[in-house]
Ligand binder design. Structure first.
Ligand code: ATP
Ligand code: MG
Length: 324
């Protein structure tokens, strides 16, 4: 496989939130949203991040974007530790990494025209208004929308058009890395493919690196080169998309894949039983493997000892006692 450089390096990253539990008068509790995660994202790759709701995906995105302070570990972007970066390096970093959050309303201001929405980050980065206006038009065209939309407001646009504008807004700063949190979940199925194809075209034209966060495994299958599977703040499996989708090793990944509509229907009923039980709590994490209370193959060891990393291939790792 082609050797590509690492653009983002996460080293034993932890992000904990203190939550007030006054209702039960027990004082503060800790939510371990991202729990000791080590990962490299390579230049030019499309990395998919999947996991149930609350597994820590958006928190991880916010950590990479430096929108939240990490509790432990380090995040390096192009070799620069963002926790120790100078003001200049931070400014540079904000130009390199763009984001599109899962809630479309948080990407666009309802009171701003498309033009001013796209221009705003450019002006904030110090670009003169005239140049920013030109760039806004250029970027709008690159997401296959024409000039007349520049003066529209968000409520005048369809879901697909809004998502194109959100992409244009993220692209305008000419980032190298884009974090896409649920890029298609708010869209009609017929529009989803158009948006994914647009993202793929832009990635190829601009040699972008994507971190795509989604619940939708069809999106992952369609768009990503590699997949990271998270469960309760931890990585449980990482590998090439075809391996993770067709021959997953971790019981949790198997369950996720089985819950996805395109897999072999004869397997679906059996595998779905794995997902019975509550998704665990990030406050009261189970001892041993965090997935063991829901795992149909759990052994005595799984309740006692947290599994370490097993490399099944150079590019395929899993954290499961059963896979040793
Ligand atoms: N600011 C915060 N304060 C307290 N807890 C938080 C905060 N932000 C996130 N959490 C908790 O961290 C955990 C992970 O949340 P996160 O939003 O990262 O999950 P997610 O995988 O993105 O879920 P979803 O798929 O629903 O978007 C959740 O239990 C959430 O309640
Ligand atoms: Mg999320």
């Amino acid at each position: 496989m082609e050797q590509r450089n690492t653009v983002i390096h996460l080293e034993h990253v932890r992000k904990e939130f203190s939550v007030d539990n006054r209702f039960f008068s027990k004082g503060k509790r800790t939510v371990k949203a991202v729990n000791d995660l080590t990962l490299d994202i390579k230049k030019g790759e499309i990395l998919g991040l999947v996991g149930e709701s609350g597994s820590g995906k958006t928190t991880l995105a916010r950590v990479i974007l430096s929108l939240t302070k990490i509790t432990g570990g380090s995040v390096l972007v192009d070799g620069v530790d963002i926790g120790k970066a100078s003001k200049e390096e931070k400014k540079e970093f904000r130009r390199k990494v763009a984001v599109m959050f899962q809630d479309p309303a948080s990407n666009l201001n309802p009171r701003e025209t498309v033009e001013s929405s796209i221009m705003r980050p450019l002006v904030l980065h110090g670009m003169p208004k005239k140049e920013a206006r030109k760039k806004a038009l250029e970027t709008l065209r690159s997401v296959k929308m024409d000039e007349r939309y520049l003066y529209s407001y968000p409520h005048q646009l369809s879901g697909g058009q809004l998502q194109r504008i959100a992409i244009a807004r993220a692209l305008a700063i000419d980032p190298q890395i884009m974090i896409l949190d649920e890029p298609t979940s708010a869209l009609d199925v017929s529009v989803q493919a158009q948006i994914l194809n647009l993202l793929l075209d832009l990635q190829e034209q601009r040699n972008l690196t994507y971190l795509v966060i989604t619940h939708d495994l069809n999106v992952i299958r369609y768009i990503s080169d590699r997949v990271v599977v998270m469960y309760l703040g931890k990585m449980v499996e990482v590998g090439p998309t075809d391996v993770i989708c067709t021959n997953p090793s971790h019981p949790y990944t198997k369950a996720l894949m089985a819950a996805s509509p395109i897999l072999d229907p004869t397997l679906r009923g059996r595998e779905k039983s794995i997902m019975k039980g509550d998704p665990g709590s990030l406050i009261h994490l189970p001892e041993g493997c965090h997935f063991h209370p829901r795992c149909p193959c759990a052994m005595a060891l799984c309740a006692k000892e947290e599994p370490g990393c097993t490399a099944l291939a150079e590019d395929h790792q899993v954290w499961c006692h059963l896979c040793k």
